[in-house]
Design a protein around this ligand. Structure first.
Ligand SMILES: [Zn+2]
Length: 299
């Protein structure tokens, strides 16, 4: 993968709260280690099952943040900006949102709504309650934001062996896939079904998660077509090796792999995201078709 060194970075698509000391205060604390890697909606599912009101805590979340650092790092006056990890991640976000901005109206006749990613450190207050880094990156449908502690990538590399650079945009594209599901009403439908049939809640969660993986693949297929607001291409190349890195990352965080990695037995009834093989296959399906309509994990 190569990013276009001339691309201008739109830092307004992120909210940097890393300097704010993380979330203090009360409310329900999402946490508990890696059960929730790339959790997203699974948190709400867990809340539904156990009766814990995960939505009760956060209120407004960690407001506006302070983007002065990323603005400086990623300014067009910095010729090395595409080597900076913050700026690279912001460019991934810019690319993912630029893609859906045209794709959603084209394919679903629906407008796309840009939403921010919050860069946090250790803990954060969200519209879905307080979260700590242990849960991994997630999308909160209540405040319509993606949350990530970028040190998650270190864990992905060291603990799960997903070292490739392209694992990073895959993770973000997966989370924005949940935003797309939110916009399309898929997420609300699934929530309703889960409430009426709690026994099927985990299986439904797996379908949502695999669809988000598939959407990530769809974006990856079109990544080199995406442009900044000023019309500059964001990626100059996405290679087979990049795809392989994303596929490896997806497989490395399959439920079976995570259960094995945490030293437990494989318990299919506790799956929320799908097996390594399923995650690999749906990401690949998104990539090979390049079509979000091919991401029908529900039928
Ligand atoms: Zn997810």
């Amino acid at each position: 993968m190569s990013l276009n060194e001339n691309a201008d970075v739109d830092t307004s698509q992120v909210t940097d709260v890393r300097g704010s000391g993380g979330g203090g205060g009360g409310g329900f604390r999402m946490g508990g280690g890696l059960i929730g890697t790339l959790v997203t909606l699974a948190l709400l599912v867990i809340g539904g099952i156990t009766g814990v009101n995960v939505l009760g805590g956060g209120g407004g979340g960690d407001g506006s943040g302070d983007n002065s650092t990323v603005q400086q790092e990623c300014a067009t006056t910095n010729p090395d900006r595409t080597k900076n990890e913050d700026c690279r991640n912001i460019l991934y976000i810019n690319s993912i949102q630029a893609f859906w901005q045209t794709e959603l109206p084209d394919v679903y006749s629906q407008p796309y709504q840009k939403v921010n990613t919050v860069f946090f450190s250790q803990a954060v207050n969200t519209g879905c309650g307080q979260a700590d880094s242990g849960v991994g990156p997630f999308y909160c449908p209540e405040d319509k934001r993606v949350y990530i502690d970028l040190t998650f990538y270190d864990e992905l590399a060291s603990r799960f062996g997903a070292k490739g650079q392209f694992a990073q945009p895959y993770v973000l594209a997966h989370e924005y896939g949940h935003h797309v599901q939110d916009l399309l009403g898929t997420e609300a439908d699934v929530n309703k079904q889960q409430q009426s049939d709690p026994g099927a809640a985990n299986q439904l969660s797996v379908k949502l998660e695999l669809q988000a993986d598939c959407y990530a693949g769809v974006w990856a297929k079109h990544a080199t077509e995406t442009k900044t607001a000023s019309g500059k291409p964001i990626f100059t190349s996405v290679t087979q090796q990049d795809l392989d890195q994303a596929l490896q990352a997806a497989a490395s965080i399959g439920d079976d792999k995570i259960q094995q990695q945490s030293g437990g037995r494989i318990d299919e009834s506790k799956f929320t995201h799908g097996t390594a093989q399923q995650r690999h296959d749906w990401l690949l399906k998104g990539y090979t078709t390049g079509d979000p309509k091919a991401c029908d994990t529900f039928s």
